[in-house]
Design a protein around this ligand. Structure first.
Ligand code: ADP
Ligand code: ADP
Length: 227
């Protein structure tokens, strides 16, 4: 699904990603961890065209990704992303937040989009919030709306960039629980997180980054027993 070969990325003169090699297969759950500033966010932002690499190769679901590639629209239909800050439209209701993308991008009718949206609101356990505005919801509820929004786009890969870091402690588990349920559906997931309990439960591959490099890729059994 995701094939990264020899990838390098610079911000000006700053070498943010160094010689990254990583393969993610369909259905795989990869958890990326490592210190702040090590390049985790930059790496996954390259996976949906929010950042561009400078050299090396990145192929996602058969799409060769590079700056200016015509297929980038297709890429964004394949790859969803959930951010630390929920990035919902504040002036739209929950239901509108969930339907606007699919209506535009997938060109489905409003009725169809709303049916899909309500279905996914059920899946993230907040069916009753459809007509509220984001500011009327808790952080945990907003993040579950953000996950539902990505699901409504029917993407095949979901990226999570520290999805629980902006949440109050009591809301972290409600979001992680939804992510565990999503993992159980077979979704391909790449998750940047410091939540090691979640990683132990869900990850089949742990990636540890430091100073722009991947310094370890291992199964969780091995990762969590290393000294
Ligand atoms: P992480 O997600 O591991 O915290 P990031 O990928 O956000 O790390 O950042 C890696 C490094 O790249 C950091 O030193 C950060 O300051 C730098 N960086 C990130 N985004 C930019 C940018 N847009 N311009 C310049 N430097 C950036
Ligand atoms: P995260 O914790 O998710 O990695 P950051 O706080 O590092 O996010 O960065 C937030 C935003 O600021 C990102 O869009 C990133 O690209 C940008 N950014 C981070 N570091 C720098 C930097 N040194 N110069 C310019 N932009 C930066």
């Amino acid at each position: 699904m995701i094939e990264v070969t020899n990838l390098d990325k610079f911000y000006g003169a700053f070498h943010a990603l160094k010689n990254i090699d990583l393969t993610v297969h369909q259905g795989q759950k990869v958890v990326i961890c490592g210190p702040s500033g090590s390049g985790k966010s930059t790496l996954i932002r390259c996976f949906n065209g929010l950042e561009w690499h400078n050299s090396g190769r990145l192929v996602i679901d058969g799409i060769e990704v590079y700056e200016g590639a015509k297929e980038i629209r297709d890429l964004r239909q394949e790859v969803g992303m959930v951010f630390q800050q929920f990035n919902l439209f504040p002036h739209l209701t929950v239901l509108e937040n969930l339907t606007i993308g699919p209506m535009k991008v997938r060109k489905i009718s409003k009725a169809q989009a709303e049916e899909t949206a309500r279905n996914y609101l059920d899946r993230v356990h907040i069916p009753e919030q459809a007509d509220k505005y984001p500011a009327q919801l808790s952080g945990g509820q907003q993040q579950r709306v953000a996950i539902a929004r990505s699901l409504c786009m029917e993407t095949r890969i979901m990226l999570f960039d520290e999805p629980t870091s902006a949440l109050d402690p009591e809301m972290i588990n409600e979001v992680l629980d939804v992510m565990v349920e999503l993992a159980d559906t077979g979704m391909t997931m790449v998750v940047v997180t410091h939540e090691m309990g979640f990683a132990r439960k869900v990850a089949d591959t742990m990636v540890f980054m430091e100073a722009g490099q991947i310094v370890e890729i291992s199964p969780p059994e091995q990762f969590f027993t290393n000294p």
